[in-house]
Design a protein around this ligand. Sequence first.
Ligand code: HEM
Length: 489
Amino acid sequence: MQSIYLLVGTLLACHGLYLFIKRRIHVRNLPPKYWTIDPFMNFDWIFSTAMNANMQLTLFEKYGHTYRLSKLTNPMATIITCHPESAYTILAGQDWGVEFRKPGMGQLLGSAFICTDGSEWKRSRKMIRPAFNRPNIDNFDVLEGVADKIIANIEAADGNVEMGSLMYDALMHSSMQFILGLDSTVENDGRPMDVQTFSKLWQEGLLGMGIRLLLGGSFSKTFLPKARYQDVCNRIHSFIDFAIDACGKEGSDSAKKTKTMAEIVKPQAEDRADARSQLAQTLLASQDTTGVLTCNVFHLLSSRPNVWAQLRKEVSSAGPELLTWEGLRLNTTIQNILLETLRLRPVFPQTGRFAIRDTVLPSGGGPNHDQPLLVPAGTFAISSSWGVHVSKEIYGPDADEWKPDRWNNFKPGSSEFLAFGAGRRACVGKDKALAEAAYLLVRLVKRFESFESRTPEWKPDATFSMKNKKGYQITFKVQDGSGQDKNIM
Ligand code: HEM
C-alpha cells in the first residue's frame, strides 16, 4: 500500500515539476514583464503612462522594444511594442480589432468606425469617405475665418495667449461647419444650445466616456452614477440630431462646391441614430488633432530660431498661391516641419487593439525576444508609434532631435512613420489635417515677426491626444517702425 502512495506521490510531484518547467519555458519565451501594482486591471501602468507620457519611451529603454503586462490569471494580458513591424501589424493586421471600445463608447457615440470591425466598420468608413475627397476639403473659406479669429484674439491679448485653448475653440467652430454644417455664430435658428454650451457638454461627455472605457461597460453600468451622464448624452444627441434634421432643408444647391459630412452621411444612413453615430465619431476623431499639431510646431520652433527665420523668409517672399491647397501641400519647408513634429510628438503616441483570434507578431518572442511571438486570442496589444519614431535604427543617431530637414532625403517605409496609423484603418483626415495645419502656420508666420514660448519645458500628458501638461503659453511679437520686436498693443 505504502509503495502505491509513494508511486502516486512521485507521479504527482513529477507532473507538478513538468507543469512548472513548461510554464517557465513558456514565460521565458514571452517578452519581459513590467510588474504592475494592480494585478487585476493594471491601472497603475495605464495612469502613469497617460499622465506622464515620457514614461512610454523610458520603459522601452528599460525593457527593449516589446514588453508585457500580466494579470493574475494571464501572464501576457497586454503587449506593448515599438518594434516597427509588430507596431505596424497591430494597426494594420486583420487579426486585430477595436470592438472592445463599444461598451464604453456606445452610450455617447453609438456604433461607427471607431468601435467596429469587419463589415460594420467597412460600411461606416464607406459612408464618411466622400467627405474627405479632394474637392470637398480643398476649400479654405471656413479656415480663413478661423485664422482671422485666432489672429484677432492674439492681438486683443497683446500677443500673450494660451495657444492650446485658442486653437481648440477656433477649430471646434470649423469642425461644426465641416461635420455638422452648423455656423457657430448663429444662435437663433432653433438649435437646442449654442456651440459654446455644446463644446462644454462634449468635454464632459468625453470624460464620462473615457472613464467607462477604462472600467468596462458592465462594471460602469452597475457601479457608476447614471443620471447626469445620460442627460449629457441626450443633450449632445439632440444637438447633432438638430444638425441632421436641418441639413437639406434649404433645398439642394447643385452649384455648391462642397458638402458637409451631415449632407453626405444622411442619405446613406439607416436612420437618424445611425447618422448621428457617424457624425459624433468623426467629431471625436478630429478633436484636438490639427490644433495640437500646430501648437507643437510652435513649441518646437520656439527653440529653433534658424528654422523660424527660414520659414519667415520663404513665406514673406511667396505669392498668394502659397495659401492654396497645392501651394501648402507642395511646400517642402512647411510639410517637413509638420512631419518632423508628428514624428517627435505624435498626436496619438500609442493605439490599442484586441487580438480577435490567435495570431503572431513578427518580433518579441523567444529567449532573446527577437523571434515571432505567438499571441492568443483576447490579448490586448498597444502599438507605440512614438517608440517607432524615435528609433535610432530608422532615424539615425540624432533621432531625438527635431530636424525638419531630415525629410529632404528620407522616405519612411510603411512601418516607420505611424503618426496617421497604418493600413485600411489609417486616418482618412490626413490630407485635410496637413493642409489645414499648414494654412494656420502660414497665416501666423505672415502676421507675427517673432514669438516666445513661456512654457518651454515639454512635459507631455497623453490622456487623450498628447500635449504639453502646462499648455502652450506664447507671446507673439510684431516689429515696430525701428525694426525692434515689440508686444502687440
Ligand atoms: C494631425 C492631425 C491628425 C492625426 C495625427 C490623426 C491621426 C489618426 C490616427 C493615428 C488614426 C488611426 C487610429 C487607429 O488606428 O485606430 C486616425 C483615424 C481617423 N482619423 Fe485622424 N488624425 C488627424 C486628423 C484628423 C482629422 C482633422 C479628421 C477629420 C476631420 C480625422 C478623421 C479620422 C477618422 C475618421 C479616422 C478613423 C478611420 C477609421 O477607423 O477607418 N483625423 N487618425
